[in-house]
Write a protein that binds this ligand. Structure first.
Ligand SMILES: [Zn+2]
Ligand SMILES: [Zn+2]
Length: 261
């Protein structure tokens, strides 16, 4: 199994990272992808990928951090992606829900630049999207002729079925997290995650945790970690009425194919 999106590069793991990594391995999580949200955290993700054999790095600027970039950020990002275990650009995108404090024009500009850097360097993108479906689809359709095959994945999928269908039509994989175990609708959403999991074909699903956030039940409220990605896979199996092994085998293959790991 792969945890295709987590943040072990955050200070919350400073004191017990070796233990967290060991627990993941014991549970059968063979590969862990740490994701940057700023240049600073991207650098730490790269350092971890050099230290731990089973870790990879995705580097980029989160929409929330897109208002803080300095004049050299594009060059710095291009330098970072030359590191051998950097496998994608993320988490990039638009967030008009939790992070509507950053002007949408600024978010869009930083998102577009990173799409250009990614495809120019033959890297898939990992997209963060909240309440910004129309603008995300607009921007992606402008870059369609530059898409890799496959172009990337949407991490922590949320939205309605119409949006999901368009994402799948564009060729993207879709990531699900521990919040699929939560009851009821997520704040600001009108479609349940269970419905989205049901609709997404297994051969397009990728498992992730977004640790330290989105801890699955029954551990909700405590710090999340990659070993809990197993719970999300079990939940996907239950929702789809298939075996855990099917979910494990197919989602692992999906992540390995997309990120070439
Ligand atoms: Zn995110
Ligand atoms: Zn994240």
């Amino acid at each position: 199994m792969v945890d295709a999106h987590c943040h072990l590069n955050y200070p919350k793991y400073e004191n017990d990272l070796d233990e967290v990594v060991k627990r993941a391995k014991e549970k059968g999580v063979g590969k862990i992808i740490n994701v940057g949200t700023s240049l600073e955290y991207s650098k730490i993700a790269v350092e971890l990928s050099e230290k731990y054999e089973n870790m990879y790095a995705i580097v980029g600027i989160h929409p929330h951090d897109s208002g803080n970039v300095n004049g050299n950020w594009e060059k710095d990002l291009e330098t970072l992606i030359k590191t051998p275990k950097v496998i994608g650009i993320g988490e990039i995108g638009l967030d008009y829900f939790a992070h509507n404090d950053v002007d949408s024009k600024i978010q869009k500009g930083v998102f577009e630049k990173q799409i250009e850097i990614a495809f120019k360097n033959k890297m898939p993108i990992q997209i963060h999207s909240r309440k910004a479906a129309d603008d995300i689809l607009d921007i992606l359709s402008n870059y369609k002729s530059y898409f890799l095959n496959p172009p990337g994945m949407f991490h922590c999928m949320a939205g309605n079925l119409e949006y999901l269908k368009k994402i799948l039509d564009l060729g993207f994989y879709v990531g699900f997290d521990g919040n699929i175990t939560y009851k009821g609708l997520a704040p600001g959403e009108d479609t349940s995650l269970e419905e989205l999991v049901k609709y997404t074909p297994l051969d397009r699903i990728i498992t992730e945790t977004d640790a330290p956030w989105l801890t699955p039940e029954p551990y909700r409220g405590s710090r999340n970690e990659p070993s809990y990605v197993i719970i999300t896979a079990e939940s996907i199996a239950k929702i789809k009425g298939i075996t855990f092994d099917e979910v494990n085998n197919t989602t692992t293959k999906n992540a390995e194919t997309l990120f070439n790991i």
